[in-house]
Every structure is written in structure tokens, then in C-alpha cells.
Ligand binder design. Structure first.
Ligand code: DGL
Length: 293
């Protein structure tokens, strides 16, 4: 593993970005592209810069402090690229970092984060048993505990929290529909189906790419909910609040520019071909700076 560097002090702040600057989106890996595509659909004029820290994925098994530092480095990279906003498209990273990041950048660089979409699942569950599938780190964080307390407990909905560290590597290696991936999904989801869960909250941005496999196994026994559209709406609200929403189409070469750490661009371009909707133009590049090698 590469060394994790200390957080950047905000010594030389960037000039305040304008509406024509890109939206910055970050995830530990390529999972956050599920969010990036929702944002691209919802905000059709915007140019998106996506950063995947593939040198350090998965974040799920890491310590709180490692996750906080890696997230701070990634968000700082987006800031230094001149992005107008950062969307932390990762439940695991959001769980430990949002307060710190908001305090650090203040009004000059708005931060949007993610929390598993438990509320709609609680409101719609008929069996009153819902499950959240997320990384162990996400469950250690305060955000998920807060939503369980705010929404599930008053409605007397039982929340089954489950984790499976094999799933993120399946998505990263383009094996979402493989026999091995389906077997791994069955291991973690059979027990929650047996306990009566009718809603499954996809509490990791990699998991929307597993929807097809989950539907192949469970049909309409499990209704899946993710946070993508809610995050796209929240991003629009924050851009409007900061007068940063782009109202006219821009001139740019590609809509979704992806940058990856760990020199993985070539290998990942084959995976991205299957993950990114064909209507969205995209490119992929290695990040070459000292912080992210
Ligand atoms: N995509 C990330 C999330 O939403 C985490 C994946 C990982 O790095 O473990 O939680």
C-alpha cells in the first residue's frame, strides 16, 4: 500500500470557482460513477471531473483515520483542479469526513456527501423489515446511526445491517454478473430474505452495478433503493444556493472526465465501457502527481 500523506493545510486557497467550472466527484474506486451518471442525467449542461482512488480501493476495510486522510487528499485534488463543488460519492468516505471537509473549505468549496437511502425504504416497506448492505466502515460512522434513529426506530421498522467485502472488488474488476459474484451475493442476502426483508438499501455506490445480478437471484422479492438520484438533486440544490448552476451548455471535449490513481487507467477503460451509459461521452486518465501516485 502507498503511504498515506498528511492532510494539506489550506495555505494557498484557489480563486472562487465560477459556474462554468466542473463538478468534482470522488469515490474510492469506480463505484461512484453510478452517482456521476445520475448527476450527468439530472444536470445535462454540466462538465464532470471524476476522481477514483483506485490505488487504495477498497476503503471499506480501512481504519477511520485512513479513510479520513485518503478522502481529504482526494477532495483536495478536486479542489486544486478548479472544481466548483465536491461530491463525495462514497458512503464509506462520507461517514468519516463531511464535517471535517465542510469546516476546512467553508463556503469557498461546497461539499455534498452520501448516506444510505434508508428513509424511502422505511416508508415503503410492507414487511417492516429492511436491510442495508454497506461496508463495515459505513456502519461504524455516525451518519447511518443517525438515519436509523431518525427514521427506522420511530416507524418500528427493523433494520438488518449486512456487509460483504467481496462485492467491491467484483465491481472494480468488471465481474458484476459473474457466477462467483452471484454466489457471494447469495451468501449475504439469503439470510436477510429469510428474515423477511422486502427492501434492500444499496449503501455503497458500487452496488447499483450489482442490481441486475440481485434481480436475477431474487426477482421481485427484494426492492432495491440507492442514493444516486437524491444526491443529484442535492447537488443541484447546493449549486443553486451558491449561484454555481450552469444554465447553458458548455464547450468541452467529453462530459465525464475520469482520473484514477495507481496507474490503472488502461485496465479500467475496459470495465468502464460496460458501466457508463453510451449517451455520456467520457475519457479516462492516470493521475500523475506526487500526492496520488
Ligand atoms: N463506494 C464506496 C461506498 O459507497 C466504498 C467502496 C470501498 O472502497 O470499500 O461506500
Amino acid at each position: 500500500m502507498s503511504a498515506i500523506l498528511p492532510l494539506y493545510p489550506l495555505e494557498n486557497p484557489m480563486p472562487k470557482a465560477q459556474a462554468d467550472a466542473p463538478i468534482g466527484i470522488f469515490d474510492s474506486g469506480i463505484g461512484g460513477l453510478s452517482v456521476a451518471q445520475e448527476i450527468a442525467n439530472y444536470l445535462p449542461h454540466e462538465h464532470i471531473l471524476y476522481y477514483a482512488d483506485t490505488a487504495h480501493v477498497p476503503y471499506g476495510p480501512r481504519t477511520d483515520q485512513e479513510i479520513r486522510e485518503l478522502t481529504a487528499n482526494a477532495v483536495e485534488w478536486l479542489y486544486r483542479q478548479g472544481c466548483k463543488i465536491a461530491v463525495v460519492a462514497c458512503n464509506t468516505a462520507s461517514a468519516f469526513s463531511l464535517d471535517y471537509l465542510r469546516e476546512h473549505y467553508g463556503e469557498s468549496f461546497p461539499i455534498v456527501g452520501l448516506v444510505p437511502a434508508l428513509k424511502p425504504a422505511v416508508l415503503q416497506s410492507k414487511s417492516k423489515v429492511v436491510s442495508v448492505l454497506a461496508t463495515p466502515a459505513t456502519f461504524r460512522g455516525k451518519l447511518i446511526k443517525d438515519v436509523i434513529q431518525r427514521f427506522a426506530e420511530p416507524a418500528q421498522v427493523e433494520v438488518l445491517t449486512v456487509t460483504n467485502l467481496e462485492l467491491v472488488p467484483f465491481v472494480e474488476s468488471g465481474q458484476c454478473n459473474s457466477v462467483e459474484c452471484k454466489a457471494s451475493l447469495k451468501n449475504v442476502l439469503d439470510p436477510i430474505v429469510a428474515q423477511g426483508a422486502d427492501y434492500l438499501v444499496l449503501g455503497c455506490t458500487h452496488y447499483p452495478y450489482l442490481k441486475q445480478s440481485i434481480a436475477d437471484i431474487y426477482g421481485d422479492q427484494l426492492t432495491m433503493i440507492d442514493s444516486g438520484l437524491a444526491v443529484a438533486r442535492q447537488t443541484a440544490r447546493i449549486l443553486i444556493k451558491h449561484e454555481l448552476l450552469l444554465l447553458q451548455p458548455l464547450e468541452y471535449k467529453v462530459r465525464l472526465e475520469c482520473y484514477v490513481s495507481g496507474k490503472n487507467a488502461e485496465a479500467l477503460s475496459f470495465v468502464l465501457k460496460h458501466l457508463i451509459h453510451e449517451k455520456i461521452s467520457w475519457s479516462i486518465h492516470d493521475v500523475v502527481d506526487k500526492l496520488h501516485e
